[in-house]
Design a protein around this ligand. Structure first.
Ligand SMILES: O=C(O)CCC(=O)C(=O)O
Ligand SMILES: [Fe+2]
Length: 291
């Protein structure tokens, strides 16, 4: 999704990616041994963290008559690009999570970058993986488009991005290494910094037509990972967002969404990039080194 690179740069990036799993194992070991969380409770998802509207959506989706039309009535929709906004977290939880993230940022713990494009933020939520019910919740399964994983989203990668005046201001146009992305605004105070969306990367001969969507504190934007998007510069303040990249091994095993080739897998720690090897061992999740 990044600007075109020379072959030597690509090779260096492939080598860097092959090292990532080792580095993240070491980082995690140090963090779980030495890091003192300020709000240890944020690492275990509780319903009290979730906005009442989110819980209502979840209830609706697990009710017998739930259908897509009914679900859409709970969500804000933007254009026909299948971009939705919905309340996710309470204000208290956003505050506690932000304080925890700042506590981690100010600590001398080793920090990974959130992804290849953002320089600030937190690579992995320290010591924990993110709430499974954020990506395995019935409501998401219902919403997901046929052909994009639907009910078979089976792993995720969560990270936090941060924008501030002397740090990253914006994010250039890209698509995500995900079938579906949830991007939740945690605050703080900021101006500008809208997200913009172009075409879906698999649409034939796309005519670039961007729509802008505002981040609203506590709310999440749900979009297809392949929908080209970027973030406009903030004009003041600080913007922190929790990003959950949700993956479907059934989809990506066939074609890596980043390199658009049959994945060449290397072993990885945890969920890796959400690929799996062989029908018999769906638990082994690997990284595509070409991506
Ligand atoms: O800044 C944002 O809200 C978007 C971040 C994003 O698109 C990403 O990290 O993949
Ligand atoms: Fe993105």
């Amino acid at each position: 999704a990044q600007p075109k690179a020379a072959p030597a740069q690509i090779e260096a990036e492939v080598q860097r990616r092959k090292q990532l799993p080792h580095q993240s194992v070491e980082r995690r070991a140090i963090i779980s041994k030495c890091y003192k969380p300020k709000h240890p409770e944020v690492y275990t998802l509780q319903d009290s963290f979730l906005a009442p509207e989110f819980l209502e959506i979840e209830r609706f989706c697990t009710s017998p008559g739930a259908d897509l039309q009914g679900l859409l009535s709970y969500l804000e929709s933007f254009s026909d690009k299948r971009i939705y906004r919905l309340p996710v977290f309470t204000e208290q939880f956003c505050q506690a999570l932000l304080e925890e993230l700042e506590n981690f940022e100010q600590s001398d713990m080793p920090k990974g970058r959130p992804n290849t494009m953002n320089n600030y933020g937190v690579g992995l939520i320290p010591c924990a993986s993110l709430p499974p019910n954020l990506n395995q919740g019935e409501f998401l399964k219902t919403l997901l488009c046929p052909g994009l994983g639907g009910a078979c989203l089976d792993s995720h990668r969560a990270f936090v991005v941060k924008y501030a005046l002397h740090e990253d201001l914006d994010l250039s146009s890209h698509y995500d290494n995900a079938e579906v992305t949830l991007n939740v605004s945690l605050g703080k105070e900021f101006t500008e910094g809208n997200l913009y969306f172009g075409e879906f990367n698999q649409d034939p001969s796309p005519v670039p037509q961007y729509i802008e969507v505002e981040h609203v504190w506590g709310r999440g934007l749900l979009h297809r990972g392949g929908q080209v998007h970027g973030a406009l510069p903030i004009a003041s303040g600080e913007r922190w967002n929790l990003i959950v990249w949700m993956r479907s091994s059934a989809i990506r095993n066939r074609l890596c969404p980043m390199c658009r080739r049959k994945p060449e897998l290397v072993e990885a720690e945890g969920f890796g990039d959400g690929f799996t090897e062989g029908e018999e061992q769906p638990q082994t999740v690997s990284v595509c080194a070409l991506g």
